[in-house]
Design a protein around this ligand. Structure first.
Ligand SMILES: [Zn+2]
Length: 208
């Protein structure tokens, strides 16, 4: 496999799925968010250029992202792309570097995303993460590790999560359509358990 593009809203379990799939299919997992942070941290030319936009709260331009991703597509192994492409222009640009085997769309309803993400809690003292649904603390409202108070981050409130979901759907719709037209879109039901999602995705990719 040359390249698989992973699409899915925040809270869909995309990161976990990406790790398992990359491992199983021997693909290099490329997360553009991680790559950007790495370029910035290392102070590369690309990182310095990207930082100007990020500091101004702007999106890093398509070409810059393409240069960064393109530089990592030269190895012999295929890639699993997470967080890229974000736009149709990026999707088209990507194909100048590599063939794309599948667009894997991890689907999850707005209600479910809100339910999952609004259940996140963070320790005020040590920063440990909890989820009242999937990883609750032993004692209500207290950190298992240090006993600190747990709180909800301001961007994990229902209103903010719902807005983020709507923005995601609107932005990703052209990509979903793009891969659908090419006949390589694969839809996976993200409301199932992580194991189920993984199994579904694997079998869907086998048929892609
Ligand atoms: Zn703690």
């Amino acid at each position: 496999m040359k390249a698989v593009v992973l699409l899915g809203p925040p809270g869909s379990g995309k990161g976990t799925l990406a790790e398992r799939l990359a491992d199983k299919l021997d693909l290099v997992h490329l997360s553009t968010g991680d790559m950007l942070r790495d370029e910035v941290a290392r102070g590369t030319d690309l990182g310095r250029e990207a930082k100007k936009y990020m500091d101004g709260g702007e999106l890093v331009p398509d070409q810059l992202i393409l240069d960064m991703v393109g530089g990592r597509l030269t190895g012999p192994r295929g890639v699993l792309l997470d967080g890229f492409p974000r736009t149709r222009a990026q999707a088209e640009g990507l194909e100048e570097y590599t063939a794309v085997d599948a667009g894997l769309f991890l689907e999850l309803s707005r209600d479910e995303v809100v339910r999952r993400l609004s259940s996140r809690r963070v320790c005020k003292e040590c920063g440990a993460n909890y989820n009242l649904l999937t990883k609750p603390p032993a004692e209500d409202g207290r950190c298992d590790r240090c006993g600190g108070e747990l709180y909800q981050r301001p961007d994990d409130t229902v209103e903010v999560i719902a807005r983020r979901y709507d923005v995601y759907l609107k932005d990703s719709a052209p990509l979903v359509e793009y891969y659908e037209k090419k006949g390589i879109l694969v839809r996976v039901d993200g409301s199932r358990s992580p194991d189920d999602v993984y199994t579904q995705a694997l079998s869907a990719l086998g048929n892609a």
